[in-house]
Every structure is written in C-alpha cells, then in structure tokens.
Design a protein around this ligand. Structure first.
Ligand code: ADP
Ligand code: S3P
Length: 302
C-alpha cells in the first residue's frame, strides 16, 4: 500500500456521533443496549511524511483508539421521542437481514453522508467511520484541504482508495465516503463488499448547506470565485454532471425529492436527517431482501 493507511480494526465499538443520541433525546435512551454490545476499536496508521514513500514499511505507526465517545453536540436531529422510536424499530426490522454487512454512503459533498451515517450507525449498533478522517489520520495532517495543498488531489485519491480497501474486509461499519470516492472503479470493488447507498440531494440544497458552514474544508469548492453559495453551486453543478452516472452504481438511492414528495413537503429543506436515515433503512431492507441470493454469494466470496 503505497503512501497510504495501514489499518487494522480490532473489535470495534465506536460511536462517532456528536450530534445524535444526546442524553435528553429518546434516541439516547433507546441506545443503551447498543453501548453494551460495543467493544473498542483500534486503528493503526502510518505517517508518510515520516516514513518516506511507503508508510507500511515506515517506523512511525500511530495508534488511534476509537473509543466510545459520548455524544456531545447541542443539536438533536430527532424531532421527537416518537421519531426516534420509529427509526429504532425500523433498524430492528432491517438488522436481521444485514448479516453484519457494512453500509457505504456515497453522494456529493454536503449530501449528509456523515450526518446520516452517524445516525444509522447508532441505531444499527454499528461503528461509524468517515473515510476523509481516516485519510487525514493516515497522512498525519488535520484536514483534507491540507492534503490537497501540500500533496495533491491524486495523492489524496490514492490514500482514499487504500482506506476503502482496508475497510472492505471489515463488518458492521457505516462508512461515510468522500464525495469523489465514486470516480475510481477500484473503489466500487471495495465498497461493493458492503451495501452502497447514494444520498441524492438537489444541488441547490447542497450549496445552501455548504454555504452555511463555509467552503474552507472542501478544497474543490474553495478555489472557485464568488460568495460561498455561488461558488459551491457552480462547482457542484459541474461535478454532478461528471459524476452522476458514477453515483448511480450504488445499490440503492435515497432521493430527498422523493422523500419530500412522500411526506407531502413542499421541498427537501423540511426533511430531518432522521427522515433520511429512515428512508435509507427502508431502501436497504428492500435491496437486501430482493437481492438475498446474489448478496450471499458476494459476501461469501468477498
Ligand atoms: N438533512 C439535513 N438538513 C439540513 N442540513 C443538513 C442535513 N444533513 C446534513 N446537514 C448539514 O449539511 C452539512 C453537510 O453535512 P455532512 O453530513 O457533513 O455531509 P457530507 O458528509 O456528505 O459531506 C453539515 O453542516 C450538516 O449539519
Ligand atoms: O467530492 C469530492 O471530490 C470530495 C469530497 C470531500 O468529502 P465530503 O463529500 O465528505 O465533503 C473530500 O473527500 C474531498 O474534499 C473531495
């Protein structure tokens, strides 16, 4: 594995969620059983800056303990205890069909892969990983933007592929992939070890979300001229034209427009991450049931 992560996960149990399952939410009360089931995750990464071209042969191996992290965010994605309960019930319905398969969330920048992924991991008692964060740890820097600036996009993509390769041998993970992970066919080979879900969000909503937090952490958007909304919208439009077909390789699609229609909302802005997580579980359930034979074959052969 050249200049990329060596990752080993030894019995995992990390809730990466900062925004879900607050003490006060119904969801937190429901998730106690999950907490007991979890163990500790340990991920080892090398640092290419210390070890030269190949970190696998390098001396500096960093250990990252993905321990059980108490949710600390101030935001509560669940509107009510009922909403949390409905989601938990859905997850209990889906879980027996999963056989420990991982879930890979794909979609454009800002589509909610991390936000929804944390909720899914919580309700399924899975561990959550954000592939961008794993790449940052592998390279030994604090942001993807720094990797693009100090190395290159190609270097980032190589590391991203290596991280996905390592994750592909694991079970019971929800992985929020980077928006561009879909462009390399080899990444599909890794992600298809699990179930891939495309979060399909209208460009205007994506640009609005990204503008609210700024473009600094997303180097592909930051270079564009204009205010944050304008530059995010322009670049996302171009990327979506290039990548549209690649996202459609996913096993299932979660369309926010479709959920908004079903719920009778005028637009997608009224949807909560819990609504989206619910739809993701519904799509996963249908996909797994409809493709049981093929999935078992895929899972067994690897
Ligand atoms: N359903 C939603 N409604 C409104 N804002 C959302 C929703 N989902 C995510 N966000 C916000 O959009 C931004 C991007 O979400 P994130 O989960 O980081 O996306 P990704 O991981 O796909 O890049 C974050 O600021 C997040 O809080
Ligand atoms: O779409 C892309 O090419 C990228 C998306 C980003 O991840 P998010 O989708 O989590 O923002 C990150 O991997 C990098 O900035 C490149």
């Amino acid at each position: 594995m050249e200049a990329s992560a060596a990752l080993s996960l030894q019995s995992c149990s990390w809730i990466g969620s900062e925004k879900v399952g607050r003490k006060t939410s119904g969801f937190a009360r429901l998730s106690n059983r999950c907490l007991e089931e979890r163990k500790v995750a340990m991920v080892r990464f090398g640092d290419p800056r210390r070890s030269g071209a190949s970190i696998r042969t390098g001396h500096a191996e960093r250990k990252i303990f993905c321990c059980h992290k108490k949710p600390s965010g101030s935001e509560n994605f669940h509107n009510s205890f009922d909403e949390a309960l409905v989601l938990k019930r859905k997850s209990e319905e889906v879980l027996p069909y999963m056989s420990g398969r991982c879930i890979y969330l794909v979609g454009m920048m800002g589509s909610g892969k991390s936000t929804v992924g944390k909720i899914l991991a919580e309700v399924l008692c899975y561990s959550f990983f954000d592939s961008d964060k794993l790449v940052e740890q592998a390279v030994g820097v604090s942001s993807v933007a720094q990797i693009f600036e100090e190395y290159s996009e190609a270097f980032f993509r190589d590391n991203e592929s290596e991280v996905l390769k390592d994750l592909s041998s694991m079970r019971r993970l929800v992985v929020a992939t980077g928006g561009g992970a879909v462009i390399r066919p080899i990444n599909w080979k890794y992600m298809k070890q699990g179930i891939t879900i495309w979060l399909d969000v209208p460009l205007e909503a994506l640009a609005r979300r990204i503008a609210a937090v700024g473009t600094a952490s997303r180097p592909l958007l930051h270079q564009e001229p204009g205010d944050p909304y304008t530059k995010a919208f322009a670049k996302l439009t171009a990327l979506s034209e290039q990548r549209g077909k690649a996202y459609a390789n996913a096993d299932a699609r979660v369309s926010l427009e479709h959920i908004a229609d079903k719920k009778g909302h005028g637009d997608v802005h009224a949807l909560t991450p819990t609504d989206i997580a619910f739809e993701a579980l519904t799509q996963i359930e249908s996909y797994v049931i409809e493709n049981a034979a093929a999935l078992n074959h895929r899972f067994i052969l690897g």
